[in-house]
Design a binder for this molecule. Structure first.
Ligand SMILES: Nc1ncnc2c1ncn2[C@@H]1O[C@H](COP(=O)(O)OP(=O)(O)OP(=O)(O)O)[C@@H](O)[C@H]1O
Length: 295
């Protein structure tokens, strides 16, 4: 559905934010996971036609995104990372205004669409309040409501759950999962649970490159049996890092629980641990960093 080939982008300051990004993204939820600065927003903004790549191609169905941004915009719903200034206008009035901009000129139809989106995003009872007064979770739900105007076939949400508390995040996840399987939804995030809870397909981006992609369960399966854990004193951490491929460290009651990636048991005191998507993520991006440092 969405085909991305060899996209590159180097900013004026020399940062190579996209370095040969190639991806096929099918219908349904697709998770793009990566640390801050990986280049996710650059890729999202490129797909949303807000900036052009230096080289490469992206097509959505028949539409050439780079050459024909106008056609893409007609079928795009976008929730940017920074929604910008929140107006002192009621959510209902704001959504109505955005619907006009989207080309919904028939008043009766538009009213129906606006009310149904407010309902879908659980904002009907708050529709009279100004968006500026909304909590973070409500703003993000409003962001989804505006992104869904005009029945888009490609929906891009950039870091939507950053800063949300667990309950709001959960609510937002439920909302996203209801959007439907017949559209392409790209969820860019640095939060592993966003992807593990929601996305049948995913990719990991680091330093401008796609470093892993596939079905989350398959990626986990590929490292099953290779994750080992042990609890150690904090003072031993530096030495453990030099001896093992440490993928994560978690402080528990003054001690540290480390997880390492190794083909066989790295030492008597290590126990085998069930692999999860976090292990996939950390081993992939840490591997990338050390490879880059060694290069
Ligand atoms: N307009 C710009 N000019 C110069 N450098 C930029 C610009 N936009 C982004 N960058 C740099 O490009 C790299 C990728 O940034 P980008 O925002 O795409 O990453 P990201 O994965 O979305 O991270 P974040 O979640 O922090 O936004 C970073 O090093 C960033 O500092």
């Amino acid at each position: 559905m969405l085909t991305i080939k060899n996209l590159t982008k180097t900013y004026g300051n020399g940062v190579r934010a996209m370095d040969g990004v190639t991806l096929d993204i099918p219908k349904g939820m697709f998770g793009l996971l990566g640390p801050n600065g990986a280049g996710k927003s650059t890729l999202m903004r490129t797909l949303a036609t807000l900036q052009a790549p230096d080289t490469g191609e992206a097509t959505f169905g028949e539409i050439d995104i780079v050459k024909n941004p106008k056609a893409l915009r007609a079928t795009l719903g976008y929730l940017p990372q920074d929604f910008g200034v929140y107006p002192r206008m009621s959510a209902r009035a704001m959504l109505d205004h955005l619907a006009v901009l989207k080309g919904l000129t028939n008043t009766k139809e538009r009213k129906q669409v606006v009310e149904s989106l407010l309902e879908q995003t659980n904002l009907t009872q708050h529709a009279k309040k100004s968006v500026a007064s909304y909590s973070g979770g409500m703003r993000q739900r409003f962001g989804i409501a505006q992104a869904l105007l005009g029945d888009p076939q490609l929906i891009i949400v950039d870091e939507p759950t950053a800063g949300l508390d667990p309950e709001e995040r959960n609510r937002f996840h439920n909302l996203l999962s209801e959007i439907g399987e017949n559209v392409v939804v790209i969820l860019s995030t640095h939060i592993v649970e966003d992807v593990s809870d929601l996305c049948p397909k995913m990719a990991i981006m680091n330093q401008g490159k796609i470093v892993a992609q596939g079905v989350p369960a398959d990626l986990v399966e590929a490292i099953e049996g290779k994750v080992w854990s042990k609890t150690a004193a904090k003072s031993d951490l530096a030495e453990l890092r030099t001896r093992h491929n440490v993928i994560s460290e978690r402080l528990t009651m003054g001690q540290v629980m480390i997880r390492v990636l190794a083909d066989s048991q790295p030492g008597d005191d290590f126990v085998s641990a069930a692999a999860d998507l976090e292990d996939v993520y950390f081993s992939t991006i840490r591997g990338g960093q050390s490879a880059a440092a060694a290069a």
